[in-house]
Design a protein around this ligand. Sequence first.
Ligand SMILES: [Ca+2]
Ligand SMILES: [Ca+2]
Ligand SMILES: [Ca+2]
Length: 255
Amino acid sequence: MDCDCRACSSSSVILCGDGTCLPRERVCDGRSDCSNSMDEQNCPGSCVDIKETEMVRCSDSRFYPLTEACRGELSQCASSCPDCHPTAAFACRKEHKCIQQSMVCNGIPDCVGGEDERDCDRVCDLENSFKCARSNKNKCIPAEQRCDGIWHCEDKSDEMNCRECPLKNTFMCDGNCHPDWMRCDGFAHCADGSDELSCTCQDCLGSHSNTYMCQMTERCMRRDEACLPYSTCPNATAVDKAYCARLALPSYFFS
Ligand SMILES: [Ca+2]
Ligand SMILES: [Ca+2]
Ligand SMILES: [Ca+2]
């Protein structure tokens, strides 16, 4: 898709600042296709005061914030990271791949050669370990991984019924511990949705992909939930409403 200005000048493509050509329908779709996110600037649901974010290009050829891409959750980014997140992900060393901690010792080899299924016979002494409530393999984890905001158990039981979340960069709601990056990611992790309120642009768009920042309220939404089909932003503004109206009429968007 690399090309120069002339080759890129048609009604169906635009030129990114980095010299790549981009189909028009990928402009303002909430996902960065240009390395500098130029295609997502000045769009409804975006905002101006975002710091430069380190981005990683994943196998779907889109760019994702490094912190989001390398936690082992996005399969399209599993093999795209220079390094896996040090605590949230497990690194399959041979193939240079990041997988979720909950995939470790779950009885299924997720790394080539089954690196993630070695050393899984931790003794479940209750002093120093926690036993996942439901697990294929009677998985036990070190006590310090209980209530640390990262799901080590497939059933998430290690982050439930926590009295407190002792680590900074974690928050609690409904008795569960969550890492900070679950704030303002557009998914309500607290029953009252409070983790998606009081969001800044940086929280919402600077750390997550495919999110929509409501224009006047400090509310972060998933792009695909921002219009159902009318704007779901509280006190939706004309900009929020126009965004949804255009989605409903795709041909209008670029006319
Ligand atoms: Ca596994
Ligand atoms: Ca944990
Ligand atoms: Ca959330």
